[in-house]
Design a protein around this ligand. Sequence first.
Ligand code: SER
Length: 320
Amino acid sequence: MKKIMVTGALGQIGSELLMELGRFYGSDNVIATDIRLGAKEIAHSGPFEILDVTDGKRMAEIAAQYQVDTIIHLAALLSATGEEKPLFAWNLNMGGLVNALEVARERGCQFFTPSSIGAFGPSTPKVQTPQDTIQRPTTMYGVNKVAGELLCDYYFHKFGVDTRGVRFPGLISYVTPPGGGTTDYAVEIYYEAVKRGKYTCYIQKGTYMDMMYMPDALHAIITLMEADSYRLKHRNAFNVTAMSIAPEDVASAIARQMPAFKMDYQVDPVRQAIAESWPDSIDASAAKEEWGFKAEYDLDRITTDMLAKLQQRYCLPEAK
Ligand code: SER
């Protein structure tokens, strides 16, 4: 049975991945770590340790204490926050990653870390961006992601660490509140639709980016981790996506289910510039061929689920 350490476990991906890993491998075998204590929404009955990922010594101690054989490294600053604090982003994103890879090397762990569509830049082909292509990102987050992809490849070739990873598109989810990303409009919009019936979007109409629903992202992580390694030609940084959409597509999907919903725009130049530097759509055929990646949720299905889950949280009368 695997013993999996998750860093950044209380973030957007981690908070839901813990539950999914718990179902698959048993929660006692999932060691959650984060720099802070979690909110009540995060249901994890297994071990939890406070960990600052820039502290490599403490990371190694926790891994030894729980006899960890798998590391899922999620702790990172996202694109918009990274632009506010670029040096901090470099130190956290790269320092945390190299510490986690070192622990994986010392202990012979399997290793997963996500890259992102943020690893692409303005000179990357914009439509159906191929798996292997030009990567000259213009954000600190993107610089970290490209360096991270290369570092994971390096640890595999040089040290034989079983590194694996995907390039996630924007992830839509309802457990943790959105924060710090460029694609987060596609999460915020559902919160605001439920709370106020309207949303002011910081990304311009007609700006296409790839998105995916969290259950598909979790499934992708576990499927790739379980895939036979002889099938993997790429290992790290597989393009994955469910759809390419613009803000008005999400607004229409919501309006189909909440006819009174209204959206207007107040564009944030920083996040708009980041969005424009990323692909409109990416090609996920390598992930499909090499380990059977598949996304189940389309925009209407995501919308039904997001609205139901958030309505349950914000609109139901308190239980007596
Ligand atoms: N969702 C991330 C962001 O917007 C991209 O991977 O920063």
